[in-house]
Write a protein that binds this ligand. Structure first.
Ligand SMILES: O=P(O)(O)OC[C@H]1O[C@H](OP(=O)(O)OP(=O)(O)O)[C@H](O)[C@@H]1O
Ligand SMILES: Nc1nc2[nH]cnc2c(=O)[nH]1
Length: 183
């Protein structure tokens, strides 16, 4: 275990206080990245008493492994963010490729401002020059699972953040993808 459920709860609450202070006075649009943010997002927004609208972008690049690959968009944003204050939420900032691409996509929609919020920041593997405005925890270079984060779609339901033992992903390296085959 790297971060316990109690530590997560305390930090998420602290982050919500910071966000409320910065977004006061205007309705915000929370844009959350699927699938990894489910638990973090649910806990974060229940602490926000500001008016907000919520939408999702589906984006995936890790497939069933532990290395970033091609980025695939699985769901597009539906809310209009033009002129709006946007809070972009993701579970982890690692190479930065996901947030970098999503930010470019969002900026093209002309929001008034975008702030980024991530639960975990793994600086050691950064490839793109991106930083988040709100960070829950900086973590070392481990492949982590739980509290929404998966390995091959498993472990998202763990209430804490844990480090995946290398023997698990090494053993899985030769197994089939959990995804449906394209017809
Ligand atoms: O900074 P990066 O190296 O781009 O990595 C971060 C992204 O990787 C994970 O997504 P994943 O592709 O595993 O999809 P998921 O959210 O459905 O698990 C995670 O949820 C982030 O969005
Ligand atoms: N589950 C999981 N997804 C990631 N995406 C980028 N880094 C990670 C990680 O450490 N764990």
């Amino acid at each position: 275990m790297l971060i316990s459920d109690k530590q997560l709860a305390r930090r998420v609450q602290e982050m919500s206080v910071q966000i409320e202070r910065d977004f006061k006075g205007r309705e915000m649009v929370v844009v959350s990245l699927l699938n990894g943010t489910v638990l973090f997002l649910a806990d974060l927004i229940r602490h926000l008493s500001l008016p907000l609208r919520l939408d999702f972008i589906g984006v995936s690049s890790y497939g069933h492994g532990t290395e970033s690959g091609d980025l695939v968009f699985t769901k597009e944003l539906r809310l209009d963010v033009r002129g709006r204050d946007v809070l972009l939420v993701d579970d982890i900032l690692d190479t930065g490729k996901t947030i970098h691409r999503v930010l470019a996509k969002l900026k093209a929609l002309k929001p008034r401002r975008i702030k980024t919020c991530v639960l975990l920041d793994k600086k050691a593997r950064r490839v793109e020059n991106v930083q988040a405005d709100y960070v829950g925890f900086e973590i070392p270079d481990y492949f982590v699972v739980g509290y929404g984060l998966d390995f091959a779609e498993r472990y998202r339901n763990l209430p804490f953040v844990g480090v995946l033992h290398p023997k698990i992903y090494k053993a899985n390296a030769k197994t089939k993808s959990p995804y449906r085959k394209k017809k």
